[in-house]
Design a protein around this ligand. Structure first.
Ligand SMILES: [Zn+2]
Length: 285
């Protein structure tokens, strides 16, 4: 099934300029995007099976249409969808939400979330919020951005935990990356001030790279950097970082250069997992 969406863009010919065309094109694309969302959601809802039963076997009764908003790259999309209620167990359901995978609280689409998360890794939440407003004309609060980061972070931590368990406890494999002629492995830790407890904790970071390119005099850019960081303890860092190194292809490489500031846990990591590597003291030290 295909669905066409058209939208009208009005530009005043008397005062037309590249700027006004550009502005109209931008707004038109957003309008078309919203229309497409609403139109397609309608089509999808109509195509859903009519007489459905609850998992408990109870009959589902219509409770009318309920409004919902979705934050998308085209802006906020408002739509309504049918609400059902089970006559037996009382469970409430929104078939459309379930069909398009937005059941529950999730308000921000994956596409918008990707943009926002990218910004949030480059700048503070309030700056990221301002950036979305300026660049995309999308109003998304710093609180919503923070929630998106927390949600995504929780997901990444869960995945890492599962992978760690699979590799280190169950002896599972990770796909090894292609070996390089020479690979650089660099680790370091730094104290971070914890405002909540007024204490300190250590963040540990490791980077792996093999290709560099001179961008200007005395300035070199790293082209294929893989970064891993954590505020967890040393053993978590070691286990995760060795997995990252395996995925990158460190252990398949001809020459490994291990760079660190000479800290005890860094040296121990080198001895335990990178014994063949050439040890280089970080030139800052
Ligand atoms: Zn039920």
């Amino acid at each position: 099934m295909k669905r066409e969406v058209s939208c009208t863009v009005t530009v005043s010919i008397e005062s037309v300029s590249v700027n006004s065309i550009e502005q109209a094109a931008f707004e038109g694309a957003r309008e078309a995007g919203k229309k497409l969302f609403v139109g397609l959601l309608e089509v999808i809802e109509k195509s859903l099976p009519k007489d459905r039963e609850c998992e408990c076997g109870g009959q589902l009764e219509s409770r009318g249409r309920v409004a919902r908003e979705l934050m998308t790259v085209a802006g906020d999309v408002a739509f309504t969808r049918q609400k059902l209620r089970c006559l037996k167990c009382g469970k409430e359901r929104y078939p459309l939400d379930e069909a398009v995978g937005i059941a529950g609280r999730r308000l921000v689409t994956t596409g918008l979330k990707e943009k926002v998360l990218w910004l949030a890794t480059e700048m503070a939440y309030d700056r990221a919020s301002l950036g979305m407003e300026k660049m995309c004309h999308i109003a998304i609060s710093d609180g919503t951005i923070k929630n998106a980061v927390m949600e995504e972070g929780g997901e990444v931590i869960k995945q890492k935990e599962e992978e760690r368990k699979r590799v280190w406890e169950e002896g599972g494999d990770v796909p090894a990356g292609e070996g390089k002629r020479r690979v650089f492995v660099q680790v370091d830790g730094t104290g971070v001030n914890d405002r909540a407890t007024r204490g300190w904790f250590e963040a540990k970071v490791g980077v792996i790279f093999s290709q560099t390119q001179e961008v200007s005099k005395d300035r070199v850019e790293i082209l294929d950097k893989r970064t891993y960081g954590t505020v967890e303890g040393i053993s978590t860092f070691r286990e995760d970082f060795v997995i990252e190194a395996e995925k990158y292809g460190v252990f398949q490489s001809q020459e490994i250069i291990f760079v660190s500031d000479g800290g005890t846990w860094c040296q121990q990591l080198k001895e335990d997992y990178f014994p063949e590597a050439i040890y280089v003291l970080d030139f800052w030290h």
